[in-house]
Design a protein around this ligand. Structure first.
Ligand code: ADP
Ligand code: F6P
Length: 320
């Protein structure tokens, strides 16, 4: 029987993590389980940064971005002796299970602790939407809204000046944020790790949009880590009729009040985490697949192939 659980956030933060912390805390306490908030991810776990939570500890956080628990990266957590220290900390606080809200790196840490006897459940918290075992991650929808709002604004000013806006969005090595943004804003070009790009083809397309289609603006959405968007904008200015400007949306994508969709997702997933722990299940991650809250062993999720977004790329091609 689970009597006391810990909850922590790890890796890059995302809007909706607070909603997940709140759901985990309130649903556990309502079920008679004590809850400990662990600050600063696995680092705080090692250092013993534990706070006993009441229902009031998570008041007024549902609508707040970031994470009240703080997040951190601790590369040493891959080492077994460091994981042993974490288990010792948890045991000394009487904690017998843990909810880890983070990305696939955090999931690996959760799996290691489960193998050492602490049942852990992973909740997918990242704006990148790159976690296996779920169609959507907590924070993706909010980040998408931020991107769409920004690109809509860039379109206004680009139209006034016959410009091309080259917009870099986050996503780590996953193109979801870019392709969803491109479709939702009616962008002319979308470059992601899945598509790659040919510079000559891109310039040719922009010349066609200018000269043959008489477009007075164009939007190029680019996933981060693929190219230097300032250099790309210069090439566009020098080789097409558009003058181009690059905008890197950066960390504003990680902040902001979570969308209702992310609040709902986080609440449903938090509930599932507690149900799993109450059933003695550990080493699982929670997901939403075909609109249904599910869970699967972290091991299986990490081995799964990345979800295919071919239908989105096909749609984009048909819309431009
Ligand atoms: P995310 O969880 O968003 O993918 P990271 O990859 O940075 O972010 O991982 C977050 C933390 O999870 C790391 O700083 C580390 O503490 C822990 N972690 C990552 N990979 C492993 C691993 N293979 N084994 C154990 N812990 C890991
Ligand atoms: O994983 C979330 C994310 O924001 C990625 O999109 C991005 O590549 C990375 O984290 C940025 O990390 P940092 O906060 O360390 O700059």
């Amino acid at each position: 029987m689970v009597r006391k659980i810990g909850v922590l956030t790890s890796g890059g933060d995302s809007p909706g993590m607070n909603a997940a912390i709140r759901a985990v805390t309130r649903i556990a306490i309502a079920a008679g389980i004590d809850v400990c908030g662990i600050r600063d991810g696995y680092r705080g776990l090692i250092e013993g940064k534990f706070d006993n939570f009441t229902k009031a500890s998570v008041s007024d956080i549902l609508n707040r971005g970031g994470t009240i628990l703080g997040s951190a990266r601790l590369p040493e957590f891959k080492q077994e002796n460091v994981q042993d220290a974490a288990v010792a900390q948890l045991r000394s606080h009487g904690i017998d299970a843990l909810v880890v809200i983070g990305g696939d790196g955090s999931y690996r840490g959760a799996l290691s602790l489960t193998k050492k006897g602490i049942n852990c459940i992973g909740l997918p918290g990242t704006i990148d939407n790159d976690i296996p075992g779920t169609d959507f991650t907590i924070g993706f929808d909010t980040a998408l809204n931020t991107c769409v709002e920004a690109v809509d604004k860039l379109r206004d000013t680009s139209s006034s000046h016959h410009r091309c806006s080259v917009v870099e969005v986050m996503g780590n090595h996953c193109g979801d944020l870019a392709i969803y943004t491109a479709i939702a804003t009616g962008a002319e070009v979308c470059i992601t790790p899945e598509t790659g790009y040919d510079e000559l083809e891109l310039l040719e397309r922009l010349r066609y949009l200018d000269l043959s289609m008489h477009k007075n603006h164009s939007i190029v959405v680019v996933s981060e880590k693929l190219t230097d968007v300032d250099a790309l904008a210069s090439k566009i200015s020098n080789n097409t009729g558009f003058s181009a400007r690059a905008t890197i949306l950066g960390h504003i994508q990680r902040g902001g009040s979570p969308s209702p969709k992310d609040r709902m997702l986080a609440s449903l997933m938090g509930e599932k985490a507690i149900d799993l722990l109450m059933n003695g299940i550990g080493g699982h991650c929670v997901g939403i697949i075909d609109n249904t809250i599910t869970s699967m062993p972290i091991d299986d999720a990490l081995k799964a192939t990345a979800k295919s977004r071919k239908y989105l790329y096909r749609l984009f091609e048909r819309l431009i």
